[in-house]
Design a binder for this molecule. Structure first.
Ligand SMILES: *Cc1c(COP(=O)(O)O)cnc(C)c1O
Length: 499
């Protein structure tokens, strides 16, 4: 199985090449040339298996140049004791035939661990084959959760260096503390003045700059990406959609073959795109419901066909979804255009030059055949957290709250009662401030982050995940803030390269 680029479909490379390089030379994203198909028997065979074993059956379909034993080694390292509880991705009943898929039992208490605990192992294998022993430099722009998850995944992994940039005012105090206190010999962290898109644009520019590339080569290093544009980030996420479906069969909620709806709290469009790949492989899916916060660029696109990033940027209580450019949408468009890379390139060039693009009526209708979309603001998010806790005894974080709200509205509006899964992307304790506010009728608290965690435990009796408690009293290691124009210099400094 080979990979091509969304902006040059004459390219054909291995999965190792795609994972080692992260992004294609001409700026396109790597996508599988064709999507492997699975049978209903294959899905049945997943039911009695553990999460790791399910991953061992699904990943080789996409990573054909990795040996099956190599993959088993990777999944063993990734999905072992680093996850709390019996399984990395449990499915729990919310109400009626609506369930929650919890993806936050890993070391950073958010869903990015599902991929980032595995990626470093996929990457070291790929780098051996593709980079000839050069050191892989991981450059990450983060809206909060990716950065910490990548730091945890890569810390002290042989042959790698990791550098993380985050928007100074765009992450929660807990997320900031998680990153500034990061341990590890091969890590660097810097805040930048600006929002997430500034950080992401800056990283993309450095990543594609020929001068920087040459400089790294002189020093026997090569860039790789752990951002959600890397195929090695996407492919692990396909596994949990199959796993959730297998769990629903096991729990007797559905029979094999029944369709389900997935609602996904969305930012960069990586998580929900993995669900689209699962659907294309043959997982019985009725609708993928894309949930956004007040940054509603995706809701507008999925309902009107016009993507317009020139709009007000909102800082919300669900900061990991505060995004105006959803990079992974490019992969969806490419597939929906049947692999037409000229047209995909035209649209995304227009996005960077004009700040917008529109797709044809026909394409929009095809998109609407699979996707529904909705958005909600902060007040609605806090309301639904309180309501879900009171009525269903389920405590959700703010991102999951957005998804619950959007799903409930979808179900009401359409009358579609297909069995549904709401994807839960973070522990409520990771966003204690907002969750506590939701449970106290909107009243803010003067407590610090750790006191809030304790207070929330006191009110709900639900224990906080262990990794959050261990942060208490840790001194920050990385306190620098730089301007967007200084990012390149900061990269050289953190890599100890003379400029
Ligand atoms: C990253 C993140 C999201 C958004 O996921 P995408 O793959 O970027 O769409 C949602 N919730 C949380 C908690 C996240 O960390």
């Amino acid at each position: 199985m080979n990979y091509t680029s969304t902006r040059n479909n004459s390219l054909s490379v291995s999965s190792s090449f795609a994972i080692a390089n992260g992004i294609s030379e001409e700026g396109g994203l790597f996508v599988p040339e064709n999507i492997p198909q699975v049978s209903s028997e294959f899905i049945n065979s997943l039911v009695p298996l553990s999460y790791k074993q399910r991953a061992d059956k699904i990943l080789p379909l996409f990573l054909s140049d990795y040996g099956e034993d190599e993959i088993k080694g990777c999944t063993l390292a990734a999905y072992g004791d680093n996850f709390e509880g019996e399984t990395p991705a449990p499915v729990k009943k919310l109400y009626d035939n609506v369930s929650v898929l919890e993806l936050w039992h890993g070391p950073t208490c958010a869903f990015k661990d599902m991929a980032l605990q595995l990626l470093p192992y996929l990457l070291t294998g790929a780098a051996k084959r593709e980079l000839g022993g050069k050191k892989s430099v991981i450059l990450v722009a983060t809206s909060g959760d990716t950065g910490k998850a990548a730091l945890e995944g890569f810390k002290d992994v042989e042959g790698t260096k990791i550098l993380v940039f985050y928007p100074d005012k765009g992450v929660s105090p807990m997320q900031k503390l998680q990153m500034t206190t990061q341990e590890g010999k091969n890590v660097g962290v810097s805040a930048i003045e600006g929002n997430f898109d500034d950080a992401q644009t800056g990283v993309k520019e450095i990543f594609t700059s020929p001068e920087v590339k040459a400089k790294l080569e002189e020093n026997n290093m090569s860039f790789s990406s752990a951002n959600s544009i890397n195929w090695g980030r996407l492919v692990p996420q396909i596994v949990y959609y199959f796993s959730a479906y297998a769990d629903l069969i096991q729990q007797g909620v559905i029979k094999n073959g029944d369709k389900v709806n997935f609602t996904v709290p969305t930012g960069n469009f990586g998580n929900i795109l993995a669900a689209y790949y699962a659907l294309k492989m043959g997982l019985p899916v009725n609708r993928l419901i894309c949930a956004s916060n007040e940054n509603d660029v995706l809701t507008e696109f999925l309902t009107t066909g016009r993507y317009n990033r020139l709009r007000k940027f909102h800082t919300t209580v669900s900061p990991s979804m505060d995004i105006l450019i959803s990079s992974n949408l490019e992969r969806l468009i490419f597939h929906m255009l049947d692999g037409n890379s000229d047209e995909t390139k035209r649209l995304f060039d227009s996005l960077s030059v004009n700040g917008e693009y529109s797709v044809s009526e026909q394409l929009l209708n095809e998109i609407k055949g699979v996707f529904a979309a909705g958005n909600c603001d902060d007040a609605e998010t806090l309301n639904v957290i309180a309501k879900t806790y009171k009525e269903n005894g389920y405590l959700s974080d703010t991102h999951t709250g957005v998804a619950i709200k959007v799903y409930n509205a979808y179900r009401e509006e359409t009358g579609d009662k297909t069995p549904a899964v709401i994807v839960s992307t973070a522990s409520p304790y990771k966003f204690s401030n907002a969750v506590l506010r939701a449970l106290s009728d909107g009243e803010s608290s003067s407590l610090n982050e750790f006191e809030m965690v304790e207070k929330l435990q006191e009110i709900t009796g639900i224990p906080a995940p262990a990794p959050l408690g261990s942060l208490k009293g840790k001194a920050p290691r990385f306190t620098g803030v730089c301007k967007k124009e200084e990012m390149e210099r900061e990269v050289y400094r953190l890599l100890e390269i003379k400029n």
